[in-house]
Design a protein. Structure first.
Length: 155
């Protein structure tokens, strides 16, 4: 069963994906029904961003799986007013550092690739920012919660 955090406008929902058209939303179960006559359309506009139209209503939706939520939480830990830090979500080996100090990055930009349990996990930026400092290099072993990169806000 997969779990997702969904942000619709400014409201957050936690969804569990069940089988046979049943989903859980904030702990309640609902049956999902669709029909060919419905006037619903969804379009993916970015990695986890969607635009949904239901009849004539436009709704921007952000969909994040558990790993993405964890990575976003790690990046939200702020050091100063305009500085953010990216921490390792798991222990592992740094396979690659994909950015350099001074780079201006967009949401979804790959920062670091960590290998954990023989799987490569790309740590991506959740925000638009400038890379201020990189605390690790290729082949370094890191622990969960260890600081990897310092970012600073850009306008």
């Amino acid at each position: 069963m997969k779990k997702y955090k969904v942000q619709i406008q400014s409201k957050e929902f936690f969804i569990e994906d069940f089988e046979n058209g049943i989903i859980g939303i904030n702990g309640n179960s609902f049956e999902i029904q669709t029909s060919k006559q419905s006037k619903t359309m969804a379009k993916r506009v970015a990695d986890n961003q969607y635009e949904v139209w239901i009849k004539n209503y436009h709704i921007p939706v952000t969909l994040m799986d558990e790993k993405s939520v964890l990575l976003a939480q790690m990046q939200k830990k702020s050091v100063g007013k305009d500085e953010m830090i990216v921490k390792a979500p798991m222990p592992g080996l740094v396979v690659a550092v994909e950015v350099h100090v001074g780079d201006v990055i967009a949401p979804g930009t790959g920062l670091i690739i960590l290998e954990a349990m023989k799987m490569e996990n790309e740590i991506r930026s959740q925000v638009k920012a400038r890379v201020k400092k990189i605390d690790v290099e290729k082949s370094a072993r890191v622990e969960k919660g260890q600081t990897l990169i310092h970012l600073e806000s850009v306008e």
